[in-house]
Design a binder for this molecule. Sequence first.
Ligand code: FAD
Ligand code: EPU
Length: 337
Amino acid sequence: MLHSNTSLKPHNTFGVDVSAAYYAEFDSIKRLAELLEQKKDLPLFILGGGSNILFTKDYKGLVLKNEILGFKTVEESNNSVVVEAGAGMNWHAFVLKCIDLNYGGVENLSLIPGNIGASPMQNIGAYGVEIKDVFEYLDAVHIETGEVKRFYKTDCAFGYRESVFKRKLKGKYIICHVAYRLNKNNHLLNTSYGAIETELKNNNIERPTIRDVSNAVIAIRQSKLPDPNKIGNAGSFFKNPVVPQKTLQVLLETHPNIPHYPAPNNEAKLAAGWLIEQAGWKGKTFEGRFGVHKKQALVLVNYNNAKGKEILSLSDQIIADVAHKFDVSLEREVNIL
Ligand code: FAD
Ligand code: EPU
């Protein structure tokens, strides 16, 4: 059913109160086709869990929430399995289901909010793993023609928080199913990143399983990231900037402790959270309603009924200040609408 003038507040983890001129949910490709037929010339926005969006104004078009569910094995060998899930399945529920089945590969991506359908959009990543490492294919409906197309890894142009769906094909496809290839045995655990090893050690775990790694990641995330059910936020508001070696060397002269990591093409990745903290923004609040999270400077938060425009304006000020103090450009990760 097509609803008119619907509040999107329950549908975005920032908890911003805006409305959609039209709103509908679909749980099958057939239902989606009917809605696309009805949509006529309205602008269209596809919504998943709303955990990577900042709405700055009412949406004048049609918001379609993807609720296609399902989880099935489409291929299996002695060592690996390909599982396909509906775009509307919650990402963390998918990770837990894989762990229950002893399928390894996504345990480091535990507790990332949102749904399966958005996971390839920005090639979600955490703790040394990105979905591109296990991605097999996705099926998506072309908005104009209604045709279903299968995209393989090489079609998706995955990069750090990037894919073809954020660039060349932005707004053209609706992702309906995504398939991942996971390991059935001899799991290759990735525990070298961040505090995972320390967390395992603190729990006296010497031979971790994929569930142990998942639990460690969950504990680390809960210790520093705000829970969107309690404090409105969309995770990292900015990407970590990737800069040429020359820029890093200049920064190291004045800031010898600046965190930096190797990036592709001999570039260096800086920690936006560090830059924002050093610039003095960490923990700042404005009128008690919104601000920069006190434990993670990369996360902007809505404490109490802030407007999307206020949060966007704060992000502009942070971008300008970091550029002024470090000569580094921050790019937003969150989708602004
Ligand atoms: P939405 O926010 O609903 O949509 C995001 C974008 O994808 C929009 O442009 C939307 O139009 C598009 N989209 C959504 N579904 C579809 C579809 N089916 N077809 C076509 N387009 C679609 N991200 C990380 O990568 N790593 C992290 O560690 C991480 N941690 C987070 C922690 C917190 C506390 C929060 C709140 C967010 C975090 N995020 C992280 C960001 C976010 O969880 C991910 O980007 C997630 O994949 C967004 O999923 P979603 O379903 O909520 O997408
Ligand atoms: N840091 C600070 N101050 C801060 C925050 C971070 O100095 O307030 C420093 C830390 O001390 C550390 C470095 O920055 O040296 C990196 O911090 P952290 O490990 O917390 O990770 P991050 O770079 O801030 C990234 C992702 C997260 C992901 C984590 C774990 C981006 C934009 N963010 O955060 O993803 O969960 O690593 O892998 O790449 C998201 O995309 O929404 C997200 C939460």
